[in-house]
Design a protein around this ligand. Sequence first.
Ligand code: 13P
Ligand code: 13P
Ligand code: MG
Ligand code: MG
Length: 390
Amino acid sequence: MKLTLSVIKADIGSIGGHICPSRQLLEAVRQHVNQYSNKLLRDHYISATGDDIAIVMSHERGMADPAIHKLAWDAFLAGTEVAKQQGLYGAGQDLLKDAFSGNVRGMGPAVAEMEFEERPNEPFLFFAADKTDPGAFNLPLYLAFADPMNTPGLMLAPGMAQGFRFVIMDVNHTEGDRIIELQAPEELYDIAALLRDTERYVVESIWSRASGEQAAVVSTSRLHNIAGKYTGKDDPVMLLRVQKDFPATGEVLAPYAIGPLVAGAMRGSHQMPLMPVRLDSGISYFDGPPIVSCAAFAMHRGKFTEAVDVFAHPFWDSVRSHVADKAQEIRRQGFFGAAMLPMSELEYTGIMEKLDRLNGRFIVRGSEQPQRTVAGKKKRARKEEGVLLG
Ligand code: 13P
Ligand code: 13P
Ligand code: MG
Ligand code: MG
């Protein structure tokens, strides 16, 4: 049976700043999907991670289906109404366009979809992260699909012996999807060279080289590319099929014990360790730390079992404690050096105006002429143009 798994995610408002959605808001989204999903969906699962709400859907309508996307968009609109009524912070934050145009891609919400022939038993994982961006999945995916130190299946499972194909996107390219396909293991060093730059190169999907089957898909939207200014982080979602010719669930989960430093937390401007958390966890320390949740499912003919909360296991308590220590450690250096993101990532925030203003106060010793600001230069150019035209 050919099925599509779609996950569409948005931040449409939250309690106490960017912590978590209200129960009423989640309920409004649930009600909308329940009411309108009858003929469209085989099944669905709605959850919150931090302040983001994700709708996971199984259906037979294929990728980028307008009716599926509209269902999610309208559910987020219904939720936004509640967010406004309740005075939630950032009501409708990720709904960047007014009118729905057939596909939520480019409109603010994050999307990840894959279409496949359902296996007789189809275990899959749904990951959602808050206060970070899609590059946060680069390292866990590299380790799970390309490193036998993490994934013995690469040595032990016949279906994995040929390795995996990584499709990597250059998310800085805004005119279209700029992608490259690289093969693990032959091109491991090339894959690593790209994936180290998490703000620019992001794993979009991973495919089995033995069967050609898709194993993973990650949402790759960059909100500031759409809005031209900082509108919140690009809190990503990911779907991942596991077992048989794909890594085992445990191989996929193991890298999250590292708690790697990723972009995110306060004002989307810092480096903080990624904490694996229970489903429906909120946000706390320093608008972070960045969190990742994972729900495991089995699926048959598109019907989901109950979600199993994989990071609820006691093992992850000590990881959380380690990540909390690491978070406090990097916070001790405040804005200094590596604690904050590089300028290229901050250029969508108010700091550019500040730097521009300060630029006007710099002097070159000896000339005593204040440097002109970019804004001032533009103003003078307009004035001169007016004079010339006039
Ligand atoms: P089982 O033998 O319990 O199916 O486990 C196989 C496996 O892949 C565990 O990692
Ligand atoms: P979100 O992207 O999760 O809304 O977070 C915004 C933020 O900057 C929190 O400090
Ligand atoms: Mg928010
Ligand atoms: Mg968020």
